[in-house]
Design a binder for this molecule. Structure first.
Ligand code: PGA
Length: 258
């Protein structure tokens, strides 16, 4: 299988760890472990409150900074929200949008779309999360993901496609230890490419990276890359252990298609 992209591995720390001291230690440990790895893009998405500190730690180093969320307006009376220029000002380059944990709290496809447009307009990379809640035998899960993609990507100029990353994260696999099989991941990657190609033309297929997320660990990463042919990972739980996360990054860095 031809490798078209440098693999991308992003650690989604969610609402962890508990303090800036613990966050700094974890960040430094990961940085040390991945500093010599090549042919892989590594991102960390910490809670937003740690980003400004990590800006200093990440300067000129291997890890890029990602945010877990953003608001679709730039400034103003939006208590508790964070704008895209604020993220840019602390060197954030990627923003996770539409994570299922946010959708469960009320994030809509429309909101996801507004955020994607705002992030792309600002020149950042939008990591758009999609994924079904459950599998069925009638292919409804495919239609579900198709609709999420159509709505999230509505109105995006073709020229921005290289700044779009899709993270396929089946909700049933997140934090459960119940990872999608490499075959499941591959089937969904091909399906997502088909949807992208319908929306934007065949050119989209070579521009957009498709990640997998949902109970990725150091043991299953290799098969997901090889047989699943995904372009990298969004890693939750395993990204909170520096050695485990680094092992995943290492696997991605050594990935050579057979
Ligand atoms: P998990 O989370 O690796 O803990 O399953 C993945 C995610 O939610 O991005």
């Amino acid at each position: 299988m031809k490798r078209t992209h440098t693999p991308l591995v992003i650690g989604n720390w969610k609402m962890n760890p508990q303090s800036i001291t613990a966050a700094r230690t974890l960040f430094r440990d990961v940085q040390k472990d991945v500093s010599r790895l090549r042919n892989v893009d590594v991102g960390i998405a910490p809670p937003a409150v740690y980003l400004a500190e990590f800006q200093k730690l990440a300067k000129g180093k291997r890890i890029s900074l990602a945010a877990q969320n953003v608001f679709w307006e730039k400034l103003g009376a939006r208590t508790g929200e964070i704008g895209v220029s604020m993220l840019k000002s602390v060197d954030v380059t990627k923003v996770i949008i539409g994570h299922s944990e946010r959708r469960a709290l009320g994030e809509t496809d429309e909101g996801v779309n507004k955020k994607v447009l705002q992030v792309l307009k600002a020149g950042l990379i939008a990591v758009v999360c999609v994924g079904e809640k459950e599998r069925d035998n009638h292919g409804h899960y495919l239609t579900f993901v198709e609709k999420q993609l159509q709505r999230a990507l509505s109105g995006i100029p073709k020229a921005k496609l290289p700044h779009v990353v899709i993270a396929y994260e089946p909700v049933w696999a997140i934090g459960t230890g119940d990872t999608a099989t490499p075959e499941d991941a591959h089937e969904m990657k091909l399906f997502i490419q088909k949807v992208l190609s319908t929306l934007f033309g065949r050119v989209a297929v070579s521009k957009v990276r498709i990640l997998y997320g949902g109970s990725v660990d150091a043991k299953n990463a290799e098969a997901l890359l090889h047989e699943g042919a995904v372009d990298g990972f969004l890693v939750g739980g395993a990204s909170l252990r520096a050695s485990e996360f680094s092992a995943i990054v290492k696997t991605a860095s050594e990935y050579e298609p057979r």
